[in-house]
Write a protein of this length. Structure first.
Length: 299
C-alpha cells in the first residue's frame, strides 16, 4: 500500500550513525530488548520471509543464513560525554538506568494521534489509556509474524527492510501487543509452551544421521538423531519452520553432529519444538485478529 511505503522500521527507530557505532554499549550488561531485522529476504530464499528475531544480548551479525542482521535496541542509555563527532545528545532520564526509548518523536506523535492514548516513556502501558515503548516492539513483532502480511508484501520484503503498518483501532493494537509479547517471551525462552514431544529410546545420544519420518501418516512424526533414537511428536509444519534462512529443527541438530546430546540438550530441543508449535498457533491468531478488524490494509 502507498501509505505503508512511508513508514519503514528504520524511520520508527532513531538509529543514527553515532548510535550504531556504540550499539554494544546500550545492550551489553544493560536491561534492554532488541529487534533484529534482515534486509532483502530474497537472499536467504526462505519459503516465506522470516528475517525477524529478538534478543536481550548483543547478537552475532551472521545470525541469519547470509548475515546482514540489523539490530534496533528499544532503549538508549546515557553516556557521560561524547566519544566522537557522530555522538548524539543522550541525556539521562528518570527511567531505569536513565535510559530513553529509541523511537523517533514523529513516530511516537503519529502513534498517539492514531490511538488516542497517552505515552509512557518506559516499559509498557495498560493499553486502555496508555502505551509504552515495549508495546510498540510487541506490536511490531506481531505484525512481522503475520502470515498475511508476509504474503501481501512479499515482493517488497524480498528487496528491502519490512515496513510497519499502523492501525488506528485501539482494540486491534492491544490484541496484537499481547500476541507479540507472548511471541517475544517464547523466542527469548523466558516463557515455555506446553511440551508436546518425547525422547523415548535409550542409546549413546550422539547426533549422526538426521532425518524426519511420519510413522503412520496420522500422528506427529519423529526426528531421528541416529539409527535408534528420535524425538517423538514433531509435526511436519514445525519440522519445516524457517527463521532467517534456516530450518530451525534441522539446523540445531546439524550444528551438533558428532556430539552427544546431554540431558539438558534433550530438554532444550523439546523446548524449541514446543515454542515453534506455539509460534505457529500465535501467527494464525494474529491473522485472525486482523481479519476480525477489517483485514488488510490496516485501518
Amino acid at each position: 500500500d502507498a501509505k505503508l511505503a512511508k513508514n519503514t522500521t528504520r524511520r520508527s527507530f532513531r538509529n543514527t550513525q553515532g548510535e550504531q557505532l556504540h550499539l554494544i554499549k546500550h545492550v551489553l550488561d544493560k536491561e534492554n530488548l532488541c529487534l533484529g531485522l534482515g534486509r532483502q529476504g530474497l537472499a536467504v530464499n526462505d519459503p516465506q520471509w522470516s528475517l525477524v528475531t529478538c534478543s536481550k544480548i548483543p547478537t552475532d551479525a551472521n545470525i541469519f543464513r547470509r548475515g546482514g542482521v540489523n539490530i534496533f535496541p528499544l532503549y538508549l542509555y546515557p553516556r557521560k560525554e561524547k566519544e566522537n563527532l557522530f555522538d548524539q545528545e543522550n541525556e539521562a532520564t528518570e527511567a531505569l538506568g536513565g535510559r530513553r526509548p529509541n523511537l523517533s518523536d514523529d513516530f511516537i506523535a503519529d502513534l498517539k494521534t492514531r490511538l488516542k492514548l497517552d505515552w509512557v516513556a518506559d516499559g509498557t502501558g495498560n493499553l486502555k489509556k496508555t502505551i509504552g515503548p515495549e508495546d510498540v516492539l510487541h506490536y511490531m513483532y506481531a505484525v512481522f509474524h503475520c502470515p498475511a502480511y508476509r504474503e501481501r508484501y512479499a515482493e517488497f520484503l524480498d528487496i528491502d527492510f519490512p515496513r510497519l503498518p499502523l492501525t488506528s483501532i485501539t482494540e486491534l493494537f492491544s490484541t496484537l501487543c499481547k500476541l507479540g509479547a507472548e511471541l517475544v517471551g517464547l523466542h527469548l525462552v523466558e516463557k515455555k509452551a506446553k511440551q508436546i514431544t518425547s525422547y523415548p529410546m535409550d542409546g549413546d545420544h550422539v547426533v549422526d544421521k538426521i532425518k524426519y519420518s511420519d510413522p503412520n501418516g496420522k500422528q506427529p512424526g519423529r526426528v531421528w538423531i541416529n539409527k535408534t533414537q528420535y524425538f517423538q511428536g514433531v509435526t511436519l509444519d514445525v519440522w519445516n519452520f524457517h527463521i532467517g534462512g534456516y530450518q530451525v529443527c534441522h539446523k540445531w541438530l546439524k550444528d551438533r553432529k558428532g556430539r552427544e546430546l546431554t540431558y539438558d540438550d534433550q530438554q532444550h530441543y523439546q523446548t524449541i519444538v514446543s515454542a515453534l508449535a506455539r509460534t505457529i498457533e500465535l501467527m494464525s491468531a494474529i491473522d485472525k485478529s486482523i481479519d476480525d478488524h477489517g483485514g488488510w490494509p490496516l485501518q
